[in-house]
Design a protein around this ligand. Sequence first.
Ligand code: TYD
Ligand code: MG
Length: 467
Amino acid sequence: MARTDPRFVCQSCGASRPRWAGKCDACGAWNSIAEETPREAAPRGLGKAKGRAIPFVNLDGKHGEVARHASGIAELDRTVGGGLVAGSSVLLAGDPGIGKSTLLLQAAGALAANGVSCAYISGEEGVAQIRLRAARLGLIDRPVRLAAATNVRDILAGLESAAPADIVIVDSIQTMYLDSLDSAPGTVSQVRGAAQELIRHAKRSGSVLFLVGHVTKDGQIAGPRVLEHMVDAVLYFEGERGHQFRIVRAVKNRFGATDEIGVFEMTGAGLAEVANPSTLFLNPERGPVSGAAVFAGIEGTRPVLVEIQALVAPGPPGSPRRTTVGWDSGRLAMVLAVLEARAGLRLGASDVFLNVAGGLRINEPAADLAVAAAIVSSYADRPVREGTVVFGEIGLSGEVRPVARAGARLKEAAKLGFNQAIAPRSSERASSGGGGEISRHDITRVDELLDLLLPASAAPARRQPEA
Ligand code: TYD
Ligand code: MG
């Protein structure tokens, strides 16, 4: 018998339980459990009936090239692996207000200008509101089909009754609902069910489906996490609200590489592409100050230079504060501990603040050495020499380990006028083709970093590390 009694489903992880509770046992989220009525539960097991035997084939055989639509927005095309794949579904997730609707409306406008037919369906804004935005973005004359709707059955009927669209944008999946389900829009079963129907339509019709998903902190609305396994690509739209920079990051992509990023700047006339992100995260006019180090990083396939800022300040006795923006706080604690134990820096009683300039989030361990350089520089109140880039991973014993793609990092640095690199020893040289020469200080241990940054005469309060 099909079970249709209500059950309680955690809206952040999707676990179901028989009773309501304040906290989800499965993921630990608070206040995330909502009542839902499942459509019908599968009967237990398969029973006696036999299925139709599926045919098996070999790996080698015809596969055909995937057809891709270039959106005309290079930064977006890069993140999806060189264009949108027909029949695929893409989830664009991000905080409310970060610019998801703006980006997709701009993409629709650019695609429409290239003769690709686009349908934009909004469950959040009215047609007049979207027209207003399009006017502001200078897209009002583009042939984009527009609708304000939330019922998936009606949306699919609308899509099927007209000429097929190459691109279908659904903004946002949390506002869509299936009338065959009892639960409210935004609950896990509605989000899953609606997405499933839309994805099925995309596969059948060969159109590209874009789903917008809001990430919410309180877990009241089903997070895009429950959709990640259903779609072909997941893009996260990131950025600090107070900053202009927006980064689209591919975290899953069945048709391309992940870790690829596209960088945009939010302007009065929408999102502008940033072809050379390094220039955004550096501050060349300011001149040298203590507590800043330039990290030569890699985001996806692209080298990106960013400034890392540290402030080491005497704190109140007791528990010193350690605050990070744009970097992992556990990683900061490790770098501090290594500097203290292996290089003899006295940091135990100081507050340490770390900031990645421009609102970028760095996940690479290769930033360890740049973080250490910024901390040492602030601690000693001595600027790192102008024109220096730093990269390298730090191990617990104080060793500095080589990192991937050193050549590309050095090349980008040279291109932007840097002439010195503090980096782990490696055989890779700056790949030729950009800028001037870079002189390298190859180091193998963190205490060599201190020797480089703090000449013996200037070294303050540095005790001998325990042997
Ligand atoms: P929006 O795309 O509505 O965000 P989301 O769909 O992710 O919720 O973007 C909203 C923000 O973008 C809003 O705070 C205003 C800003 N914005 C601009 O700065 N310039 C523009 O041209 C547009 C259209 C929006
Ligand atoms: Mg929106």
